[in-house]
Design a protein around this ligand. Structure first.
Ligand SMILES: NC(=O)c1ccc[n+]([C@@H]2O[C@H](COP(=O)([O-])OP(=O)(O)OC[C@H]3O[C@@H](n4cnc5c(N)ncnc54)[C@H](OP(=O)(O)O)[C@@H]3O)[C@@H](O)[C@H]2O)c1
Length: 271
């Protein structure tokens, strides 16, 4: 699916750059069709060498673009929106925001425009094309939603959800990367205590976690169904599992995700 459109990615940090590279790798956009912005534009010189347009001029980038991606931090958003206000055109532009905790309406209100806005919540696995990305909108056309789903499908798996669930998606999928990484790290520390060198233990734990995730994704089965296959009566797996549960394993994960979602909802409003 090659396109003639031009895309401006305002804020070329972790997420912005990973998206740009994913779109190019998938053959949807050529680097020349992508403008990357950041204030420290010198940090983008390697990307300029690859053919991307790079600039610190956000309004100029918007003027040239059909699709505008907002990929700055929540506390940087209002200043950026004020900067691009004169260049934004509600009949021409589609805005995609990856900014956590900011609604489509917040963006339109700050811009003072009735522009189509689609929120996207990817995670850092976007860098390796394995993001879980949630998409939501309150006013964009079905065609634009399909377009944005197809853009994020180039860097993982994307689904559409209701906008009121976006802060929950932030906690479960974006922050979730850290939660699962810490679980793998903990497993590797256990592995070292029972006899493996640290680097082997980490690799073994990570591959085991990947296998567990793929059992669910590829077989479309339920965790308990797969757990039942590992737990023999009076066996070592159920003993370990129950010990973890007596120490609050599931409860800690559930409580952490709830706190994370509360915090995600408050980021834009409080800073
Ligand atoms: N990381 C995640 O897991 C994740 C997941 C989902 C969503 N998000 C959301 O995605 C957004 C970006 O996150 P990130 O991790 O990519 O952050 P990041 O790495 O800090 O990137 C932000 C970029 O924005 C640039 N920037 C700041 N102000 C700017 C301005 N006025 N004009 C142009 N560029 C500007 C910064 O560069 P300069 O300082 O050089 O300007 C930086 O490169 C955040 O809102 C975050 O909530 C993050």
């Amino acid at each position: 699916m090659e396109t003639q459109q031009h895309i401006a990615i305002l804020g070329s940090g972790n997420i912005g750059l990973a998206l740009a590279k994913g779109l190019v790798k998938a053959g949807i956009f050529a680097p020349e069709q992508i403008t990357l912005t950041r204030r420290n534009v010198a940090a983008l010189s390697a990307l300029a060498d690859e053919g991307y347009n790079v600039t610190a001029d956000n309004a100029g980038a918007v003027t040239r673009a059909d699709i505008v991606v907002l990929a700055i931090l929540p506390q940087q958003l209002n200043k950026l929106l004020d900067e691009i206000k004169p260049a934004a055109n509600q009949t021409k532009h589609l805005l995609i925001s990856v900014v956590s905790g900011v609604s489509c309406q917040d963006i339109r209100t700050q811009l003072g425009l009735d522009i189509q806005v689609i929120r996207a919540m990817p995670n850092t696995a976007i860098a390796i094309g394995q993001s879980m990305t949630c998409i939501a909108t309150d006013n964009a056309s079905a065609a634009n939603v399909s377009l944005v789903l197809s853009l994020f499908d180039t860097v993982g798996v994307s689904i559409q959800i209701n906008e009121e669930l976006m802060t929950s998606a932030t906690a479960l999928c974006a922050c979730g990367i850290a939660f699962f990484l810490r679980s793998i790290r903990a497993a590797s520390q256990g592995g070292t205590e029972i006899g493996f060198h640290a680097h082997d233990a980490l690799r073994m734990a990570a591959q085991t976690a990947k296998g567990a995730a793929d059992l669910l994704l590829q077989l479309a089965s339920h965790p308990e169904q797969e757990i039942d296959k590992v737990t023999s009566p009076k066996g070592c797996t159920i003993a370990g599992l129950n010990e973890m549960e007596h120490n609050g394993f599931s409860s800690a994960m559930i409580k952490g995700i709830k706190v994370s979602a509360e915090k995600a909802g408050a980021l834009y409003k409080t800073e």
